[in-house]
Write a protein that binds this ligand. Sequence first.
Ligand code: NAD
Ligand code: ZN
Length: 353
Amino acid sequence: MKGYAMLKIGSSGWIEKDRPACGPLDAICKPLALAVCTSDIHTLWEGAIGERHNMILGHEGCAEVVEVGSLVKDFKPGDRVLVPAITPDWNSLEAQSGYSMHSGGMLAGWKFSNFKDGVFGEFFHVNDADGNLAHLPKEINTVDACMLSDMVPTGFHGAELADVQFGDVVLVIGIGPVGLMSVAGSNLRGASRIIGVGTRKVCVEAARGYGATDFISYKDGPIADQVMEMTGGKGVDKVIIAGGGVETFSEAVKALKPGGKIGNVNYLGSGNMIDIPRAEWGVGMGHKLINGGLMPGGRLRMEKLGALVAAGKLDLSPLSTHVFDGFEHIEEALFLMRDKPAELIKPVVKLSD
Ligand code: NAD
Ligand code: ZN
């Protein structure tokens, strides 16, 4: 089969590989639509997870099942499925302790285009099919379905990690596709005021649609100073970090009220240390919680998030700004994500409606 692969750090191209084998609990799928992620860019061009040779890229897409193992109960060839980016081993101790995304080791629930070939192939392998796949609701088109692999579950996890509650004032640092879904997740959880950090027109418009009420630019000075000015010196209840680098943590701590919580879903691709400002952290006694996590996968969560979209409570159409027709356009979509023109949110490659 054909796949689009990372040949080595900084170099990518089409390769031929054997079709993956199906174990008793697994499924083999063929993509219906695929999306490129900022993480593919970190992996391929920044070497963020280290060297990989001839590894098929991609972890976002929806698919049709073509083969299932003898022990798979709820899926069969021909089924159309949502595919989460994170596919844990559900019988692991980490999953039993509530941290399935770390099954087998830190972040090891992330398998596609990390420990095995990703989804940018004519076929791809899904471990633990009954635990990881979810049936694709008929109300969701294949392009929107790709946003359920990673953007929705990750952005919403930011709102969970920050523990957004009714009436909270929430600051969302970075309003790319993940941050936009953090805005939407905070809004659904009942935030009153949502301050987005970002200026790109396409993102600001989408963020407003998802419930953001105010905007600031990190280019206009320190984020925390601007937040303090906007909130009469009080700060915000919650911060979600979905963009920037290690330096955003100090701004987040400074912008937070005592007792506030930070949820980070940003992938820190460089830098050694994160600074926590001593005085604004209440000299160690400010009850300001910092929490960061990889998105949870799992069928139940995918079904619930899919149900929100199918019920019309979450419109994913503003995210897919660039849609290509045909598998052969993956390279173009990947390069577009790397170059990030101002009007881009997500590039998607559609193989089928
Ligand atoms: P993105 O690059 O499209 O969005 C990040 C946004 O942050 C951009 O719009 C950028 O302009 C903005 N930004 C840059 N510097 C900033 C700063 N100093 N302050 C505020 N904003 C700043 O990326 P994305 O696809 O939205 O993903 C966001 C992050 O989440 C990435 O690092 C991605 O790798 C990561 N991610 C994490 C998970 C997870 O499970 N935790 C899953 C998927 C992606
Ligand atoms: Zn992704």
